[in-house]
Design a protein around this ligand. Structure first.
Ligand code: NAP
Length: 280
């Protein structure tokens, strides 16, 4: 479909932006729903972020996603910010109102919990702790989602312990910080293990952990989706544990943005997954 002046517009701002999977993802839903619109990659240098965001209403954009390195810098530039984004300390989705105001939210927590709900329906949050590895941006969303889902016990481990302590304080709730060196023991009796570090990503070191203490009914979720089956997930699968890959979170976090910009709540399907996978 060719784009005309009446097309509904959204996009993603990042620096660089060429790696982003979001144009392919939203483009799939636009075609699926026959919407006259477009979702474009917008290379915006950090020094231009404020100008670029403020230009959105006059350019006719319904909104944008923000990706690396803009997620934290974008927050104070909004006219309003959702509670969840404030707690996480970062925004990834911007909506432009009819009056030209910018509101920011963070849909990563939604994407994480929705992916688990659909792909790990056997997870029982009351039957054991959720263990989260890492305390970066993704971890903030994951921990906020677990606390909001009323998971009674969250154990947080990070190489830099001070960052884990800051995260626990910022999010609040029942979060216990454990030393990074104690990860093999921390997972004893855990029902959920989530890797939010960059370890295991292509061109990154391996995540060193022994899963032997994990109960047989535990679920292992890796946020890393490149490769799709990380060494952590492969080891878990070989032990007969249930695994959840990181691509589902990426797809589910996109749902609220698409709905807000284009007016239809899209569904995450295997067709979408296949199309996005082709570009990873
Ligand atoms: P980030 O803010 O840069 O955080 C990186 C984390 O990895 C920190 O906790 C860091 O620990 C840890 N780390 C890095 N190198 C390490 C090492 N050698 N040993 C131990 N820990 C190490 O990154 P992020 O934005 O949170 O992203 C993290 C991962 O999640 C990436 O792979 C990203 O692609 C993925 N992600 C996936 C989704 C999805 O939708 N599936 C969404 C967001 C992010 P220190 O604090 O000690 O440095």
């Amino acid at each position: 479909m060719s784009v005309t002046g009446s097309a509904l517009l959204a996009g993603v701002m990042g620096w660089p932006i060429s790696h982003s999977l979001s144009p392919r993802l939203h483009g799939y839903w636009l075609r699926e729903h026959n919407i006259h619109g477009d979702y474009v990659p917008l290379p915006v240098a950090p020094s231009n972020l404020e100008h670029a965001l403020r230009a959105l209403p006059s350019l006719g954009f319904r909104g944008v996603n923000l990706t690396v390195p803009h997620k934290e810098a974008g927050l104070p530039l909004m006219d309003s910010v959702s509670d969840i984004a404030r707690r996480i300390g970062a925004i990834n989705t911007v909506f432009v109102s009819g009056e030209g105001e910018l509101s920011g939210t963070n849909t990563d927590a939604h994407g994480f919990i929705e992916n688990l709900r659909l792909n790990a329906p056997t997870w029982r949050k009351n039957d054991g702790a959720a263990v989260v590895l890492g305390a970066g941006g993704a971890a903030r969303a994951v921990v906020a989602a677990l606390i909001d889902a009323q998971v009674p016990k969250v154990l947080l481990l990070n190489r830099t312990v001070a960052k884990a302590e800051q995260l626990a304080k910022a999010i609040g709730g029942s979060i216990k910080v454990v030393d990074w060196g104690d990860r093999d023991e921390a997972i004893k009796n855990a029902m959920l293990l989530v890797n939010t570090t960059t370890l295991g990503m292509v061109n990154q070191p391996k995540l060193e952990i022994s899963l032997s203490a994990l109960p047989k009914i535990a679920i292992v979720n890796d946020l890393v989706y490149s490769p799709l089956e990380t060494e952590l997930l492969r080891a878990a699968r070989q032990m007969g544990l249930q695994t959840v890959d990181g691509l589902g979170m990426l797809l589910h976090q996109a749902v609220p943005g698409f709905e807000g910009w284009f007016g239809i709540r899209p569904v995450v399907t295997n067709g979408l997954r296949d199309v996005v996978l082709k570009s990873t």
